[in-house]
Design a protein around this ligand. Structure first.
Ligand SMILES: [Fe+2]
Length: 280
């Protein structure tokens, strides 16, 4: 079963939980942002406690993709500090995995993250480690019809064969469609987003830092804009990212009504708009 449409929740509304993921994550606090109940694939926030150091983990049975939001973790000889991105395909060595001072990570697993203490026969080689600050911004391949958002991006991973792409996106402040009208768009793939800072104004309401959506393929969204600009992590999955534009131009407003699309299990988290901290 695929994950339900979640658009959108604020992570701040979710409780930190313990023991929801298999060992060694049972000792890590977790917020489940979305979950495929059949495969165990999930998108999470993980809070590693200070001094966390599981013993005997050799590798995970799931792809382990993450962005460190706070603190640092180490896996093998690689230290991942805040604003570092990691992608460790299933089977990648996870020995000497620890967090000395604690950490919070935005973490994605492609299946239930079962740990193995055995040795794998054919270790994968496609692991990635990127310090975001060492990567240059680019605007290559941005749809010209989205010029009004002043998008710059950093492509962290692009697997054409699997139809999986992960990127950091930065949009400009005080951005809105020309004449305050634009068509909606959709993609033939899943789009998933976690907002790291700023805001996104859209047809389902106002997203602030900490907001998250999981949007299944072919769901219309937009038009979008922003008051303060934004920085987000976006993943496209289960197909290739193509923008399909609607025929009708729809009005854009700086004060959208709050009407998220949420499964029954999350409706109570999305009843009220989230109030972001103000600078005054
Ligand atoms: Fe989109």
């Amino acid at each position: 079963m695929a994950r339900p449409h979640i658009e959108f929740i604020h992570a701040q509304a979710l409780e930190w939980q313990s023991g929801v993921l298999p060992a060694p994550f049972d000792t890590v606090e977790c917020k489940i942002l979305s979950l495929d109940k059949e495969t165990g694939a999930c998108s999470t926030l993980l809070r590693y406690p200070k001094g966390w150091s599981p013993s005997g983990v050799n590798y995970l049975s799931a792809d382990h993709e993450f962005l460190v939001l706070e603190g640092s973790i180490a896996i093998g000889s690689q230290r991942h500090n805040f604003d570092h991105y990691g992608y460790l395909p299933a089977g990648t060595q996870h020995n000497n995995w620890c967090s000395e001072g604690g950490a919070v990570t935005l973490t994605f697993f492609s299946a239930s993250p079962e740990a193995s203490t055995g040795s794998q026969i054919d270790p994968p080689t496609a692991a990635r480690h990127i310090s975001l600050h060492d990567m240059k911004w680019s605007s290559v391949d941005v749809d010209p019809d989205l010029d009004f958002l002043r998008i710059a991006h950093k492509v962290l991973r692009n697997d054409e064969d699997k139809g999986e792409k992960t990127m950091i996106l930065n949009c400009g402040a005080q951005s809105h469609p020309e004449d305050w009208k634009e068509a909606a768009l959709s993609h033939p793939c899943v789009e998933e987003m976690f907002l790291l800072s700023g805001d996104i104004l859209g047809e389902r309401g106002t997203m602030h830092a900490g907001s998250y959506f999981w949007r299944p393929p072919n769901i219309w969204h937009g038009p979008f804009g922003s008051r303060n600009g934004n920085l987000c992590l976006i993943r496209f999955m289960e197909g290739h990212h193509v923008n399909k534009w609607g025929d009708e131009k729809l009005p854009f407003t700086l004060t959208p009504e709050h009407k998220p699309d949420l499964p029954d299990s999350l409706v109570h988290h999305g009843k009220e708009p989230f109030t972001a901290p103000t600078p005054y």
